[in-house]
Design a binder for this molecule. Structure first.
Ligand code: ATP
Ligand code: MG
Length: 192
């Protein structure tokens, strides 16, 4: 099995481009954000707890998302591998993922990082708020907190994966969605 990570700040286009990649390469797309939103929509106890944290721009506890990922690895079959979107987001999660992959006798295939500056995060999320109506996209305070959370807890992963020789970055700013997608697919082609 192959294990790819879509990495980047909120609104970078991880989910958008993951769809094109998973179809082309027969990977299962695992978005922890989407899995959490399903729990919220279903009104589960986990969903209730996650909802409050997400609206605050904070992360849900590591063990919650780690459990979700492990469950996906155990149950998703008939594919070439996995495309993780929104996970890992902390060093602790990255280490847990390294251990899960090692326990399966496999190695991480690569990290596809889509980079945009903070100002663009606001633009992108404001635009998405009109289309998707996500609660955590609605307030600037939440967006600011998500950006701060990204810099404090998620950005250190760049170093972790660079040291492992797995880190690949594309510019997520220039041009249309299609032009950005072409850049992401070109990178994927060179590392698959
Ligand atoms: P994108 O814009 O690329 O979809 P995002 O950061 O805006 O990225 P999601 O990835 O959908 O949005 O995540 C939404 C929220 O769910 C996060 O802000 C966080 O609170 C929670 N969440 C998602 N994944 C994780 C994770 N791996 N660890 C902890 N919390 C998570
Ligand atoms: Mg997403």
């Amino acid at each position: 099995m192959k294990y790819f990570i879509m990495f980047g700040p909120p609104g970078a286009g991880k989910g958008t481009h993951a769809v094109a990649i998973k179809e082309k390469y027969n990977l299962r797309h695992i978005s922890t954000g989407e899995l959490l939103r399903e729990q919220i929509a279903a009104g589960t106890e986990l969903g209730l707890k996650a909802d409050a944290l997400i609206k605050d721009g904070k992360l849900v506890p590591d063990e919650v998302v780690e459990g979700m990922i492990e469950h996906c690895f155990d149950t998703m079959k008939d594919c070439e591998g996995f495309l993780l979107d929104g996970f890992p987001r902390t060093l602790e999660q990255a280490k847990a993922l390294d251990a899960m992959i090692a326990a399966r006798g496999e190695t991480l295939s690569g990290v596809i990082s889509i980079m945009i500056p903070d100002e663009m995060v606001f633009q992108r999320i404001h635009h998405r708020a009109e289309i998707e109506g996500r609660a955590d996209d609605a307030s600037d305070d939440t967006i600011r907190n998500r950006i701060a959370t990204y810099h404090a807890q998620t950005e250190p992963l760049i170093e972790h994966y660079r040291n492992a020789g797995k880190y690949h970055e594309v510019d997520g700013t220039g041009g249309t969605i299609e032009e950005n997608r072409a850049r992401v697919l070109k990178l994927m082609e060179s590392i698959f």
